[in-house]
Design a protein around this ligand. Structure first.
Ligand code: OAD
Length: 219
């Protein structure tokens, strides 16, 4: 399974490119790139601190919960998500690959240190003792996906017989390529109220909201 921000839209979180999407009102190069972070780390942390707070105030939706239940019922189930909001994890998904990282932790650019983000990262603590900087543990534009997470996602896509692609515009690679390139044997079904970049390449597109379809799969 592959999910994107649309599945969390029903939990009150904005998507990136749709109506009200984050990249419509915020500059992606300022907030989600290593260059933007180097230029203005305080601005970047102010934004991610706010996003993390919003994530923590939201709750998993019916589709998140249904995917966690599907995992319990199926012998080989992998959930690859592009989302950094932790809602799949909070819904109870375990075999979860967070392709773009997660906002539960910060990591140091200079050493292997990590710290949890249960509370906002104080802006006067961005510089770490080792001389590096704390940054959100997420993947920014121009950066590679975590190698172990990506190779596990590719392996799962290659052995998949069935793949749901839920709530993503499929405009960001390599994540979208799990459905179009690596899921060679799978019957791929997209669940999205709107047409996406891969609609013409999947076996079936269901034009509906995630919560209209995914919980029904359990029946
Ligand atoms: P997008 O904003 O590009 O796409 C969100 C998709 O969700 C759109 O196709 C919507 O039609 C669909 N959608 C909205 N509500 C829905 C619902 N209730 N049920 C099902 N689908 C719904 O967001 P992503 O595809 O997640 O990367 O974006 C991919 C990546 O781009 C993100 O992980 C992020 C962003 O830049 C990084 O931060 C690295």
């Amino acid at each position: 399974m592959l999910t994107g921000s649309g599945i969390s839209n029903e939990s009150g979180l904005p998507t990136f490119r749709g109506a009200g999407g984050l990249w419509r009102t915020h500059k992606v190069e300022e907030l989600a790139s290593p260059q933007g972070f180097a230029r203005d780390p305080r601005l970047v942390w102010t934004w991610y601190n706010e996003r993390r707070a919003v994530h923590m105030q939201s709750a998993p939706g019916a589709a998140h919960v249904a995917l966690a239940e599907l995992e319990r019922r199926l012998p080989d189930f992998t959930l690859a998500t592009q989302n950094v909001d932790s809602l799949h994890r909070r819904a109870g998904s375990h075999n979860l690959l967070e392709l773009h990282g997660q906002l539960r932790e910060a990591r140091c650019t200079g050493c292997a240190a990590r710290r949890t983000l249960d509370t906002p990262l104080p802006l006067d603590e961005i510089v770490h003792d080792c001389g590096g900087s704390w940054r959100p543990d997420i993947v920014w534009f121009g950066e590679k996906l975590p190698a172990d997470v990506w190779s596990a996602a590719v392996a799962a896509a290659r052995r998949a017989e069935f793949m749901l692609v839920i709530g993503t515009s499929a405009m960001v690679n390599p994540a979208a390529q799990l459905a179009t390139h690596y899921a060679e044997r799978a019957y791929v079904v997209e669940i999205n109220p709107e047409e996406t970049a891969i609609s013409s390449r999947v076996a079936r597109s269901i034009r509906a909201r995630a919560s209209d379809i995914v919980p029904a799969l359990l029946r």
